[in-house]
Write a protein that binds this ligand. Structure first.
Ligand code: T3D
Length: 259
């Protein structure tokens, strides 16, 4: 099984599971991961996703043995990239918060898959490597889009061109990820976060994700209009009514996440 799925109260853990290849992605794993995301979304009890890797690595990107240059010519990288693009779009669009627990090295597409998630925690021993330039490629999986937005143009370009490992603590200092945590606390912290998100107002979080993504291309005016419309939608949910009721009654809200 290239992907492992564990059900927890309110959320699912999805683990990349090819530890002997540092969870490098092959075609089968892509299919299994997309299916696991679709199943999570379809389950009304699932209100958050925790993505991590089995073994000592998070993900070493594309399985290079799967796209090896053959005698009869170069591989069809456009077809390979279509799969990654679909995966990144799915992670961004899925109406659930996605926590990524980067348990070890995240290289190439593996690094950028992590960046496509909503909240990224990493073990202090983990590192992020834009490994693409080492093999003559460019950062894909949204790397050229995520990196400058998260860490600024100067750092983005050096990370992409030099392909040096960025240790988790520096990644957090630079704003690439949310937090670097002690290795032995990573999964505990990630589970606590996923469990917390699973009790929040799910539709509000889904709309927040969409609003941030839309903001990347919108003018302020267009974004204000979008916020008005999304807020109107959020304001019609039972969770909004419950949030206000709980505030006035000075108690913790009991959100249902009704979508
Ligand atoms: O054509 C295309 O590629 C299009 C798609 C592009 C998207 C991409 O992701 S391109 C970038 C692909 N990824 C890489 O270039 C990273 C390759 N891996 C590494 O540079 C190193 O493995 C790491 C820096 C990530 C970790 O180094 P280290 O020393 O901790 O581990 P290791 O010994 O290199 O790897 C452990 C095993 O995993 C090893 O196998 P072995 O020798 O024990 O049998 C290694 O070959 C295997 N492995 C690691 N990465 C990959 C891989 N096998 C296949 N594909 C990999 N990407």
């Amino acid at each position: 099984m290239t992907i492992l799925v564990e059900n927890h109260a309110g959320y699912r853990q999805i683990s990349l599971n090819r530890p002997d290849r540092l969870n490098a992605l092959n075609t089968e794993m892509h299919g299994a991961l997309m299916a696991a995301l679709a199943e999570a979304e379809a389950d009304p009890e699932c209100r958050a996703i925790l993505l991590t890797g089995a073994g000592r690595g998070f993900c070493a990107g594309q399985d290079l043995a799967d796209v090896a240059v053959k005698d009869d010519g170069p591989p069809d990288l456009k077809a390979v990239l279509e799969r990654y693009n679909a995966l990144v779009r799915r992670l961004r669009a899925i109406p659930l918060p996605v926590v990524c627990a980067v348990n070890g090295v995240a290289a190439g597409a593996g690094a950028n898959l992590a960046l496509a998630c909503d909240i990224v925690l990493a073990a202090k021993s983990a590192s992020f490597i834009q490994a693409f330039s080492r093999i003559g490629l460019i950062p894909d999986c949204g790397g050229t889009w995520f990196l400058p937005r998260l860490v600024g143009a100067a750092r983005a370009r050096a990370l992409a061109i030099l392909a040096e490992p960025l240790p988790a603590e520096r990644a957090a200092e630079w704003g690439l990820i949310w937090q670097a945590v002690d290795d032995d606390r990573l999964m505990e912290s990630a589970h606590a976060l996923a469990a917390r998100l699973a009790k929040q107002a799910t539709l509000g979080i889904a709309l927040t994700k969409r609003a941030f993504d839309a903001a990347e291309a919108n003018s302020l005016g267009a974004q204000l209009d979008l916020e008005r419309d999304f807020q109107d939608e959020a304001g019609h949910t039972p969770d909004y009514a419950e949030g206000v009721r709980a505030f006035t009654e000075k108690r913790a809200p009991n959100f249902t996440g009704q979508r």
